[in-house]
Design a protein around this ligand. Structure first.
Ligand SMILES: Cc1cc2nc3c(=O)[nH]c(=O)nc-3n(C[C@H](O)[C@H](O)[C@H](O)COP(=O)(O)OP(=O)(O)OC[C@H]3O[C@@H](n4cnc5c(N)ncnc54)[C@H](O)[C@@H]3O)c2cc1C
Length: 342
């Protein structure tokens, strides 16, 4: 019997035709592959605990199995259901778990909310700061710092947003109504006052850039998330990225304790983005300098306890090779992310 409290948000799906032994094997394989903390309840249930305190598992049903997911936040529960469904359908393509949803069909999914443009400010030659205001900002102020802007196709007069379908899954508008969903970083947020700032790098042909450049106060956008990673923390840091990563670098510099040491590499063309000062982290501006840093790392190695680098996919490649293949630094120590593709 377990003694720890259950996460408060739960949902389950009855799978009467799926023998428990089969789902038990799948959960054990998933736990081994992902390095998850596996538990079993005397052969009648099997579950994995996740690093954020959530869990997923299965128990014997009256016939077949009952799959369940538990989380500490409503939006996280929704994400977990999606992930578990996706992984399961990968093994058993005919399976369609119908989650006992907490959400009414037709409502927006819990990791989605609407916000209004409060204002747009130019903060550097190539950056616009978009302030958005609305309800449910609290979920975007937790550990994860990224979200997706959800934008209507240009010229839309009757906006369509994602809703929960009858089977509990999210239904996104399709065809001409397909929404644009680029990832961005929360730069500042005040959940109590109901606003967040995100900093948008202006580049040719960018739909989000065009939106921000023209958005009138009151224009409605969607927000999904949070997602992506959190703020990297360690006593010594090697961080860097191109313009799209500058807001995340700013969050990292702001959060780093005064005794943290390290380097912050800016690979973008300009360096006028407002980054916070940090006494122990040196800012190094080398436009397009990903390959140069990769060579240096290959020759000199690094003492940094944690590495965080994000840039364009092909420019990230030499850094990945140097750090993961040549220096054989553990993936858990190095977050190397492609933020966009040329
Ligand atoms: C986790 C995460 C967090 C991110 N945070 C931020 C952030 O805070 N601020 C930010 O500005 N970006 C951020 N990005 C990058 C951003 O999501 C992409 O640049 C995205 O494509 C921008 O959408 P768009 O509508 O402007 O361009 P799209 O309409 O999607 O793309 C149009 C064209 O622009 C090109 N393109 C996309 N990005 C760039 C670029 N940076 N430079 C030149 N050409 C480009 C595309 O290849 C495409 O050809 C983040 C990405 C990730 C994965």
């Amino acid at each position: 019997m377990r003694h720890d409290p259950l996460p408060p948000y739960q949902t389950q799906a009855s799978l009467p035709d799926l023998p428990f032994a089969m789902i038990d094997t799948l959960i054990r394989a998933e736990a081994a592959e992902q390095g998850l903390d596996l538990h079993d309840g005397h052969g009648r249930s099997t579950w994995c605990k996740l690093p954020d305190g959530g869990e997923f598992g299965a128990k014997m049903g009256p016939t077949g199995s009952i799959l369940y997911v538990r989380a500490h936040a409503r939006d996280r529960l929704h994400d977990l259901c999606k992930t578990v469904t996706h992984r399961l359908v990968g093994h058993l393509p005919d399976l369609r778990p119908a989650w006992s949803s907490l959400d009414r069909p037709g409502a927006h999914p819990p990791n989605f909310s609407l916000a209004r443009v409060a204002g747009v400010t130019r903060i550097a030659a190539d950056f616009l700061r978009l302030r958005l205001e609305g309800g449910d900002m609290g979920r975007l102020s937790r550990d994860l710092i990224h979200f997706r802007l959800v934008l209507q196709p240009r010229g839309t007069t009757v906006p369509a947003w994602p809703v929960i379908g009858d089977d509990g899954r999210t239904v996104w508008p399709k065809g001409a109504a397909t929404l644009h969903r680029p990832a961005y970083t929360v730069r500042h947020i005040d959940p109590a006052a109901g606003w967040l700032d995100t900093d948008i790098f202006i580049h040719d042909g960018g739909r989000a850039c065009d939106f921000a450049a023209c958005a009138a106060p009151g224009t409605v956008v969607g927000l999904t998330g949070p997602g992506g990673g959190g703020i990297v923390q360690a006593g010594s840091l090697l961080i860097g990225g191109d313009e799209t990563a500058y807001p995340a670098l700013a969050r990292t510099l702001e959060a780093a304790a005064a005794d943290v040491r390290g380097e912050c590499h800016l690979f973008g063309a300009r360096s006028d983005y407002p980054l916070p000062d940090h006494p122990g982290i040196r800012i190094i501006h080398t436009p397009g300098g990903e390959a140069v840093l990769a060579d240096r790392l290959r020759q000199e190695g690094t003492n940094a306890r944690r590495i965080w680098l994000a840039t364009e996919r092909s420019r990230l490649a030499p850094l990945k090779t140097a750090i993961l293949d040549d220096l054989r630094i553990d993936k858990a120590q190095a977050h190397l992310a492609a933020y966009w593709s040329a």
